[in-house]
Design a protein around this ligand. Structure first.
Ligand code: MG
Length: 507
């Protein structure tokens, strides 16, 4: 392996190791991470900031309008209007200081769930100002919405009203609940079925034995709202599961976690460090010259050392002006070995692309189900991490195809980006993929993001077939419907791949 790769890889492994022994993370941003950024409390912006800090949780307050819209706001009034007595429509004209409208709970939860496996969404259900009964009914509506949006695994419920928590537990005994009001002992809460206590910090100073009692009962220990260093240190020392604070960055600084933690763990890679044919334990070949549905002009050969080989730490995929079975060109199409299943995580391919009209290199993915004939294209789905056609130099494309949205219909999800030097420089083409969506990166910079349900309510396999095992494909096509006219001077031409790395989420 070349020395630069050893160094880079050591760095990644070290980073993974550091992440695996990461410090405790009890930081719950109270009403989002608003303070240091001068954002409105309980805004989508303050939630997004808490997510980007990687907080263990982000707390927010939920109320309901007269026409039963669940909204996120701390006070019972919003710009002087009594939330419970006006319609949602009547709240929309007044804006938070950053221009946002009062967030609906639905928007808040969807934002909080998207591409987020880490930060808990801590929902405080406020008691109703109208009646106790209405408060309980609101609790039921919140839980319904959480279930409908399929975010139940990411939420915790907190309330000052024990009857609201009792109602949540009645609907679903498995929900995670914490009580805020401070007068009940851990044992009393346990008997009701409440999962934890989230009390004002002075309650714990007054009843220090409750800390150990809660731990003995295996209850969640949370505390609000702790903002000064001395208090933060006290609750860190007592190893609270959560510390709810207006000062998340200060708390991270105290626990020496001001650096963002490494998110990813390397699980599979090929650094191409042994000269010769690609490693058969890692790669297979798609062989043939039938045009691959795109009228392509090359014949893909397997185990052909002139069409695919490793040299000096790099994989070369080479197209040649050489006749094979009536086709004028040979090339190679490598697929990850069948034992390598890719589903979710981060995939990065560092590559240099061929120059010239008629070239069509691609780094892309198809699901296992097309190999096994369980599904055909486009129902099966397709993830194009990078495509480039030589007639359109430096423009790299990224696309997703499905039964409902594909290039035959001309409505595939797609995006392109113009780079400077795809022929002379290696660029890293990658995705971060989870059950919520796919983000596309070039050289670590996000440039396109799409998520399940983005088009209408479409989350079916027909609209979002990206939740099954896929395999990776590296190939260099010649001509075809997109590659177009072939300039005879381009041969030989090659896509050079420096590495392929696959990571899983470390969180
Ligand atoms: Mg609150």
């Amino acid at each position: 392996m070349p020395i630069y790769k050893i160094l880079l890889l050591s760095f990644f492994l070290m980073a993974s190791l550091i992440a695996s022994i990461k410090a405790q993370d009890p930081v719950v941003a109270h009403r989002g991470a608003w303070k240091e950024n001068n954002l409105p409390e309980n805004s989508i912006a303050s939630l997004t900031k808490a997510l980007s800090l990687g907080c263990a949780g982000s707390e927010f307050d939920v109320r309901m309008t007269a026409d039963s819209m669940l909204v996120v706001n701390h006070d019972p009034t919003y710009f002087g209007k009594d939330i419970e007595k006006v319609k949602y429509e009547d709240l929309k004209s007044d804006r938070l200081k950053n221009g946002e409208m009062i967030p609906t709970l639905e928007d808040y939860l969807l934002t909080g769930a998207r591409m987020n496996h880490h930060t808990r969404l801590v929902i405080e259900i406020k008691p109703s100002e109208i009646s106790k009964e209405r408060g309980k009914w609101i609790a039921g509506e919140v839980i319904k919405l959480v279930d409908k949006l399929k975010v139940a695994s990411k939420v915790d419920y907190i309330s000052f009203d024990i009857d609201i928590l009792k109602e949540l537990i009645r609907v679903n005994p498995k929900v995670s609940t914490q009580y805020l009001n401070g007068e009940l002992s851990p044992k009393e809460l346990k008997e009701i079925g409440v999962s934890g206590l989230d009390y004002h910090y002075k309650v714990f100073y007054k009843n220090p034995k409750w800390i150990q009692e809660a731990k003995d009962l295996k209850m969640i220990l949370n505390v609000w709202t702790v903002n000064n260093k001395k208090d933060l240190k006290f609750f860190l020392k007592h190893k609270f599961d959560y510390i709810t604070t207006n000062e998340p960055s200060l708390l991270y600084a105290i626990i020496k976690k001001s650096e963002p933690k490494p998110k990813w763990k390397l699980v599979w890679n090929d650094e191409f460090d042994k000269d010769g044919l690609p490693d058969d334990a890692k790669w297979s070949y798609d062989v043939g010259g039938h045009g691959w549905g795109n009228n392509e002009k090359q014949y893909y050969l397997g185990h052909s050392i002139e069409n695919s080989y490793i040299k000096d730490g790099r994989l070369y995929i080479v197209a040649l002006n050489k006749t094979h079975e009536q086709l004028s060109y040979t090339s190679a199409k490598l697929t990850t070995h069948e034992k390598i299943e890719l589903q979710y995580g981060k995939i990065e391919v560092s590559a240099k692309l061929p120059r010239g009209k008629g070239t069509w290199p691609a780094i892309w993915m198809l699901p296992e189900t097309i190999k096994t004939n369980e599904e055909s294209w486009p129902l099966c789905g397709e993830i194009d991490i990078m495509e480039h056609v030589g007639k359109d130099p430096n423009v790299v494309h990224t696309s997703l195809h499905s039964e409902l949205y594909n290039h035959i219909k001309g409505n595939q999800l797609t995006f392109f980006n113009t780079l400077n030097d795809v022929f002379d420089q290696f660029h890293t083409y990658g995705i971060e993929w989870d059950e919520n969506g796919i983000k596309f990166f070039i050289d670590g910079q996000l440039f396109f993001e799409t998520y399940k349900g983005q088009r209408g309510s479409d989350t079916s396999n027909e609209g979002w077939p990206f939740d099954k095992p896929y395999f990776l494909i590296l190939n260099l096509a010649i001509g075809g419907n997109w590659g177009g006219e072939i300039d005879p001077i381009i041969f030989p031409c090659e896509m050079i791949v420096d590495y392929v790395r696959v990571y899983k989420s470390n969180l």
